[in-house]
Ligand binder design. Structure first.
Ligand SMILES: Nc1ncnc2c1ncn2[C@@H]1O[C@H](COP(=O)(O)OP(=O)(O)OP(=O)(O)O)[C@@H](O)[C@H]1O
Ligand SMILES: [Mg+2]
Length: 253
């Protein structure tokens, strides 16, 4: 298993936020994480990224306990795009994406033409080529989001963790970012609110009240009962002309 969580728990000031989450992420899959506001999706992603330290249980990367790996080793394996990311206030777009190369650089391995190529390619993938010299503070919300994703891509991780990456994006960029993530030959875990978008993931994990309620294929997971129980809305499936299904929602009266 490329990424494993075993009985993860996280407490803050004695209050339990996440309980007993075990998860095996398979190499190459795109795993969608869904769940209502406050259900623990961001907390789980931060634990998987090593940004939070579990109160119980542990995370393993490629069979190795994350707690025993250096920041540099983790950075060469895993990249994380946070929901509310740090800003790069004084930086240009180009500088921000170059930060993605940090885990790969050292005195023996200084910046090279290859790093330039990787940074340019990451900017191209998120459709931000040509904006390299722009200052961070002049960017729109969606452009900032795309720069964060480019920074993570420039890291060339084996595992990409994304917390609501399509949040600020227009529909064209939502589809292109999700298409890009699915096409990358790497493992991705991606928190999403749009259940129709989650339906296109290889598997879905459902968070509810700090626990991982279920993990499985979209058809196993996205049942009308589960949507009602977890999200408190009624849903129905509509078949599109190409045979695929769409979910429509209604609030429970
Ligand atoms: N540092 C903290 N101190 C206190 N409570 C916290 C802290 N971090 C998270 N929580 C609480 O833990 C719960 C889970 O938060 P989390 O951010 O993981 O939810 P989420 O599923 O990502 O929600 P959303 O869909 O709104 O992003 C929330 O009720 C939140 O208020
Ligand atoms: Mg969140």
């Amino acid at each position: 298993m490329i990424l494993t969580a075993e009985k993860l728990g996280w407490k803050v000031r004695g209050i339990s936020i996440l309980q007993n989450v075990s998860l095996d992420v398979e190499e190459g899959e795109t795993l969608g994480l869904i769940g209502p506001n406050g259900s623990g999706k961001s907390t789980l992603l931060k634990l998987l990224a090593g940004i939070l330290t579990p109160s119980s249980g542990h995370v393993s990367l490629q069979g190795q306990a994350m707690a025993r790996m250096s920041r540099r080793q983790v950075g060469q394996t895993l990249a994380f795009v946070e929901q509310q990311s740090d800003t790069f206030e004084r930086l240009t777009v180009r500088d921000a994406v170059e930060l993605g190369r940090t885990a790969w650089l050292s005195a023996l391995r200084p910046w090279s033409a290859e790093d330039d190529r990787i940074v340019r390619e990451a900017l191209r993938q998120v459709d931000m080529s040509g904006m390299e010299k722009r200052s961070w503070h002049t960017l729109s919300g969606g452009e900032k989001q795309r720069v964060h994703i480019a920074r993570a891509l420039a890291q060339q991780p084996k595992i990409l963790l994304l917390d609501e990456p399509t949040n600020h994006l227009d529909i064209q960029h939502q589809l292109s970012i999700l298409g890009l993530v699915k096409a990358l030959p790497i493992t991705s875990v991606i928190a999403l609110h749009d259940l129709n978008q989650a339906m296109t993931c290889d598997r879905i994990g459902v968070m509810s009240k700090g626990t991982l309620l279920a993990v499985g294929t979209p058809t196993e997971i996205l049942t009308l009962d589960l949507i009602r129980d977890v999200f408190g809305v009624t849903a129905r499936f509509i078949r599109d002309t190409d045979g695929s299904h769409l979910i429509r929602f209604q609030s429970i009266q």
